[in-house]
Design a protein around this ligand. Structure first.
Ligand code: GLC
Length: 426
């Protein structure tokens, strides 16, 4: 369903949710949208790897350092002389993503600083990783390695670029702003024609002068024209909403709490394992439990999770991020049956207590807080349940009547984050 087709009741239920969809005001162009069938792999995949890595990883003060610290573009560009990563190993990274239970990935190919991590003739001033110290095409290495590992490959691209004064003043510095726009079109063309099948295109930063929304800047970027080009090059690519066009799915961003009802649209939450999107010298990470809790909160509301890591400037991945990925993998392995290929519901979640996913005649109850759940009765289900069991196969006693369903999960089977009960319907 497209966001514009939501009925009033559904919209009202969304408004009660803490999920913040960023680009609901995007311009419509239904002929650009993928069919439900073409979106299915993405909805089934549930979990993806995001990574922010580039020149900004070197100072280690976040990917906004150039702007936040008012570093002049020519000064910032000198970082490219030092960017020559020796520990970058996309095969290892793809292996880790798989071990974490991820089925797709999104690489930041060029952030707002303008440095392109590929051989980009369209880059303004030749600001890319081929024409500077590294002399390597990281997008090629990434797409080859991740595809080979069986992961779907996605590319993040920021149309805006702080190197252009026209970005900050597009109505007066029109010539300069149009150079930025030309770069955007040329680079999207490169990314969507030279690296084989691109499964996801993930825009960020279509807004202008850091004000308004991406859609407010549609007069400038012409996102319909831009994405018509993308569709010609990549007919089945799943496109996010942040170019100013509504896109194939909606985005929520950051580690805030997820509550409220199931969202009846395709949506994805992105957040980061480390405290920042990109490498920072303190190397702090979010507590693992908090990450997994947010993941479950999304899955039971129909959302995907795009989980970010922040490689070291030399390309290696800090050990505490690796450890988190491995634990997430163990969680996904144990509970994957109740996550991959499911839809949310049929029962609405009760915030942080339980939620549901389902596939065919199997209903998966995810109990997030056993103490709060212990004496609860689930609202009635239309379907007649013939068996309840845990994912290890042990049977669980249950009662289903006109008041609803109660299940008795023995204490020794309680899990701290997600006790999954599989309810099998007739
Ligand atoms: C925020 C950050 C940006 C990051 C993005 C990822 O918009 O400002 O730096 O790339 O989130 O979604």
């Amino acid at each position: 369903m497209s966001i514009k087709q939501l009925k009033d009741a559904e919209l009202a239920s969304m408004l009660k949710s803490s999920i913040q969809l960023k680009s609901l005001d995007g311009v419509e162009a239904p002929w650009l949208n993928l069919s439900d069938e073409d979106m299915q792999w993405w909805k089934d995949a549930k979990l993806g790897l995001f990574f922010h890595w580039g020149l900004y990883s070197i100072p280690g003060r976040g990917e906004w350092a150039m702007f936040n610290e008012s570093i002049p573009a020519d000064e910032y560009a000198k970082l490219a002389d030092q960017f020559n990563p020796q520990q970058w190993n996309p095969e290892r990274m793809a292996g880790l993503a798989k071990e974490a239970g991820m089925q797709y990935s999104v690489m930041v190919t060029r952030h707002h600083d303008g440095f392109a991590l590929w051989d980009s003739p369209g880059s303004y001033g030749g600001f890319d990783s081929i024409r500077t110290a590294a002399k390597r095409d990281f997008v090629k290495e990434y797409t080859d390695a991740f595809r080979e590992a069986g992961l779907k490959v996605g590319l993040y691209y920021s149309p805006m670029d702080w190197r252009f004064p026209g970005y900050f003043n597009p109505k007066e510095l029109t010539e300069n702003a149009s150079l930025m726009k030309k770069q955007g079109y040329d680079q999207i063309e490169e990314l969507t024609t030279r690296y084989g099948k691109i499964d996801i295109l993930w825009y960020d930063g279509g807004w202008l002068a850091h004000t308004g929304t991406d859609a407010d800047a549609a007069w400038f970027w012409e996102p319909i024209r831009l994405n018509e080009m993308v569709r010609r090059n990549q007919p089945k690519c799943v496109i996010n909403p942040r170019s100013g066009w509504l896109g194939d799915f909606q985005c929520d961003e950051g580690p805030h709490d997820v509550t409220g009802n199931i969202l009846p649209i395709a949506w994805e939450k992105c957040f980061s394992i480390p405290y920042h999107w990109s490498y920072d010298k303190q190397e702090r990470v979010m507590p693992l439990d908090q990450i997994i809790k947010i993941m479950i909160d999304c899955f039971v509301r129909g959302g995907n999770v795009l989980l970010n890591i922040a490689p070291h400037p030399d390309g290696g991945i800090p050990e505490n991020q690796v450890e988190h990925l491995k634990h997430i993998g163990a969680f996904m392995k144990k509970n994957g049956e109740a996550i991959y290929g499911t839809s949310a519901g049929p029962l609405q979640p009760v915030d942080h207590v339980y939620g549901m996913t389902c596939r065919g005649s199997h209903y998966y109850l995810h109990v997030q807080d056993m103490l709060a759940f212990e004496n609860m009765i689930l609202p009635p289900l239309e379907q007649k349940i013939i068996r309840c069991e845990l994912l290890d196969g042990s049977l669980i006693p249950f009662v289903q009547n006109e008041n609803g369903i109660s299940v008795q999960i023995p204490k020794e089977k309680w899990e701290p984050l997600d006790t999954v009960v599989k309810m099998v319907a007739e």
